[in-house]
Ligand binder design. Structure first.
Ligand code: AMP
Length: 220
C-alpha cells in the first residue's frame, strides 16, 4: 500500500518542515505546491510570471492551474509508492479534484497541524529561507548566520512573509482553506496534531499518528 500523506495547516504551522522530514524518513517525495511555484518564479517561466504577483499579494493561484500542476506531478513514477503533499489542497474545489485524482490509489492519510494564530504570526515574522534552494532555516542559529546550511546560499525573508502579506495570507487561510477541515474531518484517516511543540516533538507525533492510522487498517 502506498503511503499517501496530506498535510494541512495554516501558513507557519510547520507543514513544509514536517513534510520534508517525514518524506525523507520514509523515502517518498515531498510535493509542495508553494515550492513548485517559487521554482517557476525563480526560473522566470510563464507560470512563474503569472504566479508571482498573486503570491506577493498573499492570494491563491487559480484552482485550474494548481489542479493541473498536482495531477501532472502525482502521475510521475516517483509518486507511485507514496508522497507527502504540502500546500495542496487549499480550497474545497482543489480537495474535490484531488479525490478524483486519487481514485484507484491508496487512501489519503490527512494530518492537520494545529498552531494558535499568535504563534503563526510570530513564526512567519522571523522565518528565513534560502534565496537559492528555497529551504527554510530551521534553527535560530542558522538564521542568524544568514547562510543556508544546505547549499551555502544567502538566507533572506520570503517576499510574502512581510507583516501586511502575512495578515492577508492568514485571512485567505481562514476563508478558503479552513473549510477543508469540515470537508475531511469525518474521514477515518483524518487526524489533527498539536503543532505548537518543538519540531522534534511534532515530527514524533506525526510519525506515530500516521502509523496508528495505517495500523488501524483504515481504508484498506
Ligand atoms: P506556501 O509556500 O505553501 O505558503 O505557498 C506560497 C504561496 O503560493 C501561497 O500564498 C499561494 O499564493 C501560492 N500557493 C501555493 N499552493 C497553492 C494552492 N494549492 N492553491 C493556490 N495557491 C497556492
Amino acid at each position: 500500500m502506498a503511503l499517501n500523506i496530506l498535510m494541512l495547516g495554516a501558513p507557519g504551522a510547520g507543514k513544509g518542515t514536517q513534510a520534508e522530514r517525514f518524506a525523507k524518513a520514509r523515502r517518498i517525495p515531498k510535493i509542495s505546491t508553494g515550492d513548485i511555484l517559487r521554482e517557476a518564479v525563480h526560473a522566470g517561466t510563464e507560470l512563474g510570471k503569472r504566479a508571482k504577483a498573486v503570491m506577493d499579494r498573499g492570494e491563491l493561484v487559480s484552482d485550474d492551474i494548481m489542479i493541473g500542476i498536482v495531477k501532472e506531478r502525482l502521475d510521475q513514477a516517483d509518486a507511485a509508492d507514496g508522497f507527502v503533499l504540502d500546500g495542496f489542497p487549499r480550497t474545497v474545489a482543489q480537495a474535490q479534484a484531488l479525490d478524483g485524482i486519487m481514485l484507484g490509489r491508496s487512501p489519503l492519510v490527512i494530518v492537520d497541524i494545529d498552531v494558535p494564530e499568535a504563534e503563526l504570526i510570530r513564526r512567519l515574522g522571523s522565518r528565513m529561507v534560502c534565496e537559492d534552494c528555497g529551504s527554510n532555516a530551521a534553527a535560530p542559529g542558522e538564521a542568524a548566520s544568514l547562510v543556508c546550511p544546505k547549499c551555502g546560499g544567502r538566507l533572506v525573508q520570503r517576499s510574502d512573509d512581510n507583516d501586511a502579506t502575512v495578515r492577508d495570507r492568514l485571512a485567505v487561510y481562514r476563508a478558503k482553506t479552513m473549510p477543508l477541515l469540515d470537508f475531511y474531518k469525518m474521514r477515518p484517516t483524518f487526524r489533527s496534531i498539536n503543532g505548537a511543540a518543538t519540531p522534534d516533538a511534532v515530527a514524533e507525533d506525526l510519525a506515530r499518528t500516521v502509523d496508528s492510522v495505517l495500523g488501524a487498517g483504515a481504508g484498506r
